[in-house]
Design a protein around this ligand. Sequence first.
Ligand code: CUA
Length: 170
Amino acid sequence: MHIHRYERAWLYASLALVGIFFLAIFVAAVAGSIQLPSPQGEVNPNDLSGTDFAKPGVRELSPGNYEAYLVGQAWTWTPNEIRIPEGSNLKIYLTSGDVQHGFKVLGTIMNVMVIPGQVSLVEHEFDRPGEYLWVCHEFCGLNHQNMSGKIIVEPVNETTAALAGEEEQS
Ligand code: CUA
């Protein structure tokens, strides 16, 4: 079969584009450590007693290793503040007590849907001290825009404490 010269050139160019796109996804996955959210378990959204969500909050597993359990409910998070020291790895397990919410921590890769009956998990290492705002990114009713919280990463030595202080002032 005869393929015209230009036709062939476009064919190769299209194939090269597909290759470049695949490469871009691969590089982003490795360099940006993409996390694909997957369900971590199921809970009864009407009865969280007897689960880790009965006492939501943050706990230290070992030095520098923290996990938090968070419940989203229109229109608050329990808890709505998490404190960890700089350099800590933080895992957050989330579920919803009513409708579907979203969870995104600005400046990190933490971003997941929060679904009643399901447990979601996000993880991030906080190397820089400061305040990290989180927001609900799924419209969940009248006060959706007020459904926020923050992760406070506390500096562990004087140099980083001074830096964090400067950032807060600016
Ligand atoms: Cu919860 Cu929007």
